[in-house]
Design a protein around this ligand. Structure first.
Ligand code: NDP
Length: 290
């Protein structure tokens, strides 16, 4: 029997409605939650992300602002802007869109953002807070979105064997943090993992985040497993009007025949990332008001 779909668009809509209600409640106390996104340069994909973040904020009744800077902006100027935003009481969340131009050290920028406004959850203080279970920490939006999708899909994480494919700082590692906190038994795979298919076959819940199109095939999935596909990959497709299509890290057509629940790409984890960013920003505003 084909797997049940975990619809990220629908779950993200629910989260955004919750965010809008929380933002409205804060407004009655005179606080409008505000997110400022900073974009350096003219990478087209980044420009699209920043525009959608701005739009999503406004739709949720929040203040969404984007600051666009030229590609030759110096690191010192960008740090000075971060300082200014850190000091601005109408800005509750700061997001510097990655990747940055090569002459800017992303870590220096991340370290400069006040942890209380770091709604991307990349600052080491937030990484640590989430790891040790402090409730005021901000978890990165993509793995946080995966947790909400599983919860809304009624998947029991406690005690489950969770295999995470990928160990990046923005997806794989924080996914470990959140899964451990949710009492899963966690295994992380990466490019040096020996006999990866057999490790993956042990998963009750599989989270794929490696950036390799359709890497996870049906023979690597335990029948009845829950599969969450974080991957976003462009593959050439002459039959598509754009000449390419977007696929995940999971071979969806065959894996959906084996899994019990599966998230598609597109329409899975992708829409959750912005929804969780809004959620973190509203929480930053609420925490700041305490
Ligand atoms: P990174 O490239 O930073 O990390 C990839 C990870 O996968 C690394 O840990 C790497 O291992 C591992 N890996 C790569 N190839 C293999 C392989 N053949 N076998 C086993 N492990 C492998 O990617 P990200 O974490 O940033 O992103 C992963 C995917 O998720 C991408 O497709 C990205 O586009 C997508 N993404 C989606 C988001 C969303 O909103 N839905 C948000 C962020 C990312 P090693 O560490 O050993 O090199």
């Amino acid at each position: 029997m084909p797997a049940e779909l975990i619809d990220g668009v629908a779950v993200a809509k629910e989260v955004r409605a919750e965010v809008a209600r929380a933002a409205a409640a804060l407004k009655t106390r005179g606080i409008t939650p505000g997110l400022t996104a900073v974009l350096v340069g003219d990478d087209p994909a980044s420009a699209v992300y920043v525009r959608s973040k701005e739009k999503a904020c406004i739709e949720a009744g929040m203040k969404g602002e984007a600051i666009r800077l030229p590609a030759d902006t110096t690191q010192a100027d960008l740090l000075a802007l971060v300082d200014k935003l850190n000091a601005d009481p109408t800005v509750h969340g700061i997001l510097v869109q990655m990747p940055l131009p090569k002459h800017i050290d992303p870590q220096a920028i991340i370290l400069r953002i006040a942890p209380e406004k770091d709604v991307d959850g990349f600052h080491p203080v937030n990484v640590g807070r989430v790891w040790i279970g402090e409730k005021n920490g901000f978890a990165p939006c993509t793995p946080a979105g995966v947790m909400v999708m599983l919860e809304k899909a009624g998947v029991r994480v406690q005690g489950a064997n969770v295999v995470i494919l990928g160990r990046s700082n923005i997806v794989g590692k924080p996914m470990v943090s959140l899964m451990v906190a949710a009492s899963a038994t966690v295994t992380v795979c990466h490019s040096k993992t020996r006999d990866l298919p057999s490790v993956v076959r042990g998963a009750d819940i599989l989270i794929a985040a490696i950036g390799k199109p359709e890497f996870v095939t049906a023979d690597m999935v335990k029948p009845g497993a829950v599969v969450i596909d974080v991957g976003i990959n462009r593959v050439d497709d002459a039959s598509h009007p754009k000449g390419y299509r977007i696929v995940g890290d999971v071979a969806f057509p065959t894996v959906k025949e084996i899994a019990s629940k599966i998230s598609p790409v597109p329409g899975g984890v992708g829409p959750m990332t912005i929804a969780m960013l809004l959620k973190n920003t509203v929480r930053a505003a609420a925490q700041g008001a305490q």
